[in-house]
Design a protein around this ligand. Structure first.
Ligand SMILES: [Zn+2]
Length: 289
């Protein structure tokens, strides 16, 4: 089935722009690689104090590390966005300014779409987090060429207090970048910057989540970006997914899909499992589980 000309143009434009709708500008100087993180602490060395007035669950063999935790995973884009140009191009509020509802996302050189990559990583991460006891809420329920959305504002609000679903303890938006710049490789974690009235409530906790996730990715063998942010962390105030969140949130650009080496990792099941393990490690480290 052939694409309509307009759809093709839209796809090319989105691929060129990069998945997060980056406004462009000169690439940042290569960031120094971060030092490998120490292995996550375990609860095995902790002894409950006899002075504790409340009963401890530390000795409960059925208790899992993330019991009671709620995590929102946001698998970036939807496979069918490319077939719904009008819908995903409609403006929505992105934090006191308007932005397109969504974009198509990017793809590897062999055509493996970002939407499919983020979906598969999210599903693998969900499986791991559930095994640890967490309740996982996703911003989309399938990876379908017939579907589009949700828009960035809806993605950003899911998990907020007072919303239709449970309040999340943390939210991770999963993406991959599409930079054609020479030597552009590696992941970067985007955290919300200071946007008064929007991000004040979550900026500090999100910064800690970003650091923990960066360290977890490094510990799993992934290299920080050579072209974006500093030591694998970038700060932005132009992303609706981050600005609309009232719970600690980060956006993980797990790598550059246009780099053939990184694309091969993303296209492999083993590679996606390794990304998922890093994400699950980070949630556990962040929540102290
Ligand atoms: Zn993206």
């Amino acid at each position: 089935m052939s694409l309509r000309p307009g759809v093709g143009l839209l796809l090319v434009a989105a691929l060129t722009a990069g998945c997060a709708g980056d406004p462009g500008g000169a690439p940042a100087a290569p960031a120094a690689p971060a030092a490998p993180a120490a292995p996550p602490a375990t609860a095995s060395g902790e002894a409950s104090s006899p002075a504790d007035a409340t009963p401890s669950h530390a000795d409960d063999p059925d208790r899992r590390p993330l019991d009671g935790a709620v995590i929102v995973l946001d698998p970036g884009h939807q496979l069918g966005n490319r077939r719904h140009g009008a819908e995903i191009g409609a403006p929505v509020d992105a934090g006191g300014f308007t932005k397109e509802c969504n974009t198509t996302g990017t793809a590897t050189g062999t055509g493996y779409p970002e939407a499919t990559f983020t979906w598969q990583v999210a599903v693998a991460t969900r499986r791991m987090l559930r095994r640890l006891g967490a309740r996982v809420v996703m911003t989309r329920q399938r990876n379908s060429d017939a579907d589009w959305g949700p828009c960035v504002d809806e993605r950003g609000r899911l998990g907020n207090p007072g919303g239709p679903g449970p309040r999340a303890d943390a939210k991770i938006s999963i993406h991959a970048d599409g930079s054609y710049a020479g030597g552009a490789v590696g992941f970067h974690v985007i955290r919300p910057g200071d946007l008064p009235g929007w991000t004040d409530d979550v900026e500090a906790d999100s910064a800690r989540l970003a650091t923990v996730l960066r360290d977890a990715l490094v510990a799993r063998g992934f290299a920080p970006s050579t072209y974006r942010g500093e030591a694998g962390i970038d700060v932005r105030t132009d992303l609706g997914t981050l600005n609309h969140s009232d719970v600690p949130v980060v956006m993980a650009e797990l790598g550059n899909m246009r780099d053939p080496g990184e694309a091969a990792v993303m296209e492999s099941r083993q590679g996606r499992q390794r990304y998922a393990r890093a994400l699950a490690d980070a949630v556990r480290a962040y929540l102290g589980g």
